[in-house]
Write a protein that binds this ligand. Structure first.
Ligand code: HEC
Length: 478
């Protein structure tokens, strides 16, 4: 893989405006576009947008733009421009598709030519094992971005660990959004993940996790909490704390807490062991070292595994976790997958099943950071094995399955950020096994999160200097 990737500044609002063409594929009658035109939009987005921009903004102004016919565009598409890295597409499309694509490009070039930027050239395209792509910087000027949530219109909500929430809209970052609760932004704590209610368009609920202070103990201790609220202008309203971890302590690490809804409307999240009491994760009488499952309003689903267990916290879904830092739903099976920070050499990828014990700190593949032995057991009856573990530890952070078909060669792969080694890991999964891994974006910075946007692109949040980049696919052949 090449390391000299391109950094260009994309404007997300424009990007999404460009996408309406693809969305309208579903309904020709509503847009008044012919099927050929819609196919041209789709072909453009799949094969050309990586180098020429979502909104045709990356072309060098030349005379073909003003010619009366499309002949030279057609010939460029057929022949490509080898010396500058544009491939030939003569084998990719039919004659009719090429004509429709040429007409679309010619018509779509922005009227104001002074705003055009040059196309991405060959050297800027990153060639990974199977998929070529371009790195497009979307947001800069952040510190430690944590959670990302796309609103339906394409705006992006971004949480920062320092305790600020921003809306990125039309290429600009809003001032900090008001109405957040008091947050202990210290160590690993702060404002953590973000997600939208599955029915956000009707009810407007935004969920976020954070390190909540404990006023009764002079604000010196904390634990993870989850709030939901609605956005009104630049402030949050209707705030409701729907979950509060217990056994607060003065430690500022192992809070968890990525948020994920499954397709039945349950909210899943993990809380770490809070870095102190090793008996927390194995006991059901506390919230720490657990994966929890709650309803959208914080109430407890009746079928949670420990609702009838005396003394157990009823939101517990699984236990024996150290510090969960990634979770997502498998797009085909609907299962919950989770990644967590283990001790040295024991970071884990787990498949989470109700009521199961994932073993921390009784079993682990890791050792203490100072090299001393933590446990001599890597397995034990009644305790789950990870699907995969990383030795050396990569500090996995954020994870998502790639849904959609924007990247022809990466379909259904799992993507996980590495804080420690500063890359994005691609995992090829067969059933429940990791059969191959690849390191992408090596050296880009600590990867805090990775999500897929509604239009199917991979967005990656990087720390210090904090920025959000996206990977725009460059397809060559069918
Ligand atoms: C790997 C990057 C890449 C891809 C993919 C790509 N192009 Fe290009 N294209 C370029 C470069 C580089 C140039 C020349 C510089 C410029 O125009 O800014 C170019 C130039 C062009 C030109 C102008 C030709 C001229 O005479 O200057 C057209 C038209 C064009 N591309 C159309 C397309 C279409 C349509 C697609 C998708 C089917 C496509 N390109 C895919 C990189 C690419």
């Amino acid at each position: 893989m090449k390391r000299n990737f391109i950094i260009s500044t994309g404007i997300i609002a424009v990007a999404f405006a460009g996408m309406t063409g693809i969305m309208s594929m579903k309904d020709d009658s509503a847009t008044g576009k012919t099927t050929e035109e819609n196919t041209a939009v789709l072909n453009y987005q799949t094969y050309c947008a990586g180098c020429h921009g979502d909104n045709l903004e990356k072309f060098t102004a030349k005379k073909w733009m003003d010619e009366p016919d499309n002949a030279s565009v057609i010939s460029s598409i057929k022949q490509g421009i080898e010396i500058q890295g544009m491939p030939s597409f003569v084998e990719t499309f039919t004659e009719a598709e090429i004509e429709a694509l040429a007409a679309y490009v010619k018509k779509g070039i922005p009227a104001d030519r002074s705003k055009l930027k040059p196309a991405v050239a060959a050297g800027e395209v990153i060639k990974s094992e199977v998929q070529d792509f371009v790195v497009d910087t979307v947001v800069t000027g952040l510190d430690v971005p944590w959670g990302l949530a796309f609103l339906p219109g394409g705006d992006l909500l971004i949480s920062e660990r320092a305790g600020t929430l921003h809306l990125f809209s039309k290429g600009k970052l809003s001032p900090p959004i008001g109405g957040l609760p008091p947050i202990r932004a210290e160590g690993q704590g702060g404002l953590l993940d973000l997600c939208l209610h599955p029915d956000y368009e009707t009810n407007g609920w935004i969920y976020f996790s954070y390190s909540a202070l404990s006023p009764d103990k002079g604000n010196k201790t904390s634990n993870t909490a989850i709030m939901r609220a609605r956005l009104e202008g630049n402030k949050l309203v209707d705030q409701q704390v729907i979950f509060r971890g217990d056994h607060d302590n003065d430690r500022s690490h192992h809070y968890g807490c990525k948020l994920t809804f499954d397709n039945q409307g349950h909210l899943f999240f993990g809380i770490g062991d809070r870095g102190q009491h090793y008996d927390f994760p194995q006991n059901l009488d506390n919230t720490n070292g657990k994966i929890h499952r709650i309803n959208d309003d914080g109430s407890i689903p009746k079928d949670n595994p420990f609702v009838n267990t005396f003394g157990a916290i009823p939101s517990i879904y699984s236990f024996g976790h150290r510090n969960p830092q990634g979770n997502c739903i498998h797009p085909l099976s609907g299962e919950l997958w989770e990644s967590e920070h283990g001790p040295r050499g024991g970071d884990e990828l787990n498949l989470i099943e109700p009521g199961k014990n994932y073993g921390w700190p009784v079993i682990s593949y890791g050792i203490n950071y100072n090299g001393t032995i933590l446990t001599e057991f890597t397995e034990k009856e009644g305790m789950e094995q990870p699907l995969y573990y990383w030795d050396p530890s990569i500090a996995p952070c954020g994870m998502t399955f790639l849904t959609g078909d924007k990247y022809k060669k990466w379909r259904n792969n799992l993507f996980i950020g590495s804080l420690r080694f500063q890359y994005l890991e691609r995992l090829v999964i067969q059933g429940r096994s990791v059969v191959h891994t690849e390191k992408l974006l090596q050296g880009i910075g600590r990867v805090r999160n990775v999500v897929v946007s509604p239009d199917g692109l991979i967005y990656v949040a990087i720390e210090n200097p904090g920025k959000i980049v996206r990977l725009v696919p460059v397809e060559k052949e069918r």
